[in-house]
Design a binder for this molecule. Structure first.
Ligand code: IMP
Ligand code: MG
Length: 182
């Protein structure tokens, strides 16, 4: 009982509402639909955090499009980054036949996407773009920059719409600031 009470109390405030997310995802899909009018696309969703964003984006794409998934480990059940990135689940697509759009939930230090884009680029995709739902530029520790970011946020830890703390809160329909002190 106490645990459940604290569970909800840790949601400090809503930063981005469901409606704001919907509008931004709609715009992002238009951006993709506008760039790739001929060649097939593969969205590469970076698991687990981007699965909801990728699913919503994917359903709004009107040009031929496949989806694949890659999993990288950088956060270990906490709000602190480990520094090392390892690919724990790879894609199955031959990206040399596709325009690739990597879909990420949030760019923080930039380490995860720097490593993933390096790996994908070495496989010679027809083209490569990176789209992220959120960007925390104040936390960057690499020179990585996404091609498109839907929202820029300050240095706060967020949960919801796919993003977690200790694997919980991913199912919140909005993006909220998480209280790390409580
Ligand atoms: P980076 O490698 O430091 O850019 O970290 C990227 C990954 O860390 C993201 O894909 C997220 O899974 C996770 N992450 C970074 N900031 C947050 C946050 O505020 N909430 C939840 N996950 C986060
Ligand atoms: Mg992620």
């Amino acid at each position: 009982m106490d645990e459940i009470e604290n569970f909800n109390k840790k949601i400090k405030k809503i930063l981005i509402t469901q409606q704001e997310i919907n509008c931004a995802v709609e715009d992002a899909a238009k951006w993709i639909n506008g760039i790739y009018d001929k060649n097939p696309i593969v969205l590469i969703s970076v698991l687990n955090g981007s699965f909801i964003f990728a699913a919503d984006l994917f359903r709004r794409i009107t040009v031929p499009c496949q989806i694949d998934f890659i999993k990288a480990q950088s956060y270990y059940n906490s709000t602190v980054s480990s520094g090392n990135i390892s690919i724990t689940q790879d894609i199955h697509t031959d990206v040399s036949k596709f325009n690739v759009v990597i879909v990420e939930d949030i760019v923080d230090t930039g380490r995860t996407l720097k490593e993933i884009t390096k790996i994908i680029r070495e496989r010679n995709p027809i083209s490569l773009n990176v789209i992220t739902l959120l960007d925390k530029p104040s936390r960057r520790e690499t020179d990585f920059a996404p091609d498109k970011s839907l929202f820029t946020i300050p240095d706060v830890f967020v949960v919801g719409y796919g993003m977690d703390c200790g694997e919980y809160y991913r199912n919140l329909p909005y993006i909220a600031e998480y209280d790390q002190q409580l």
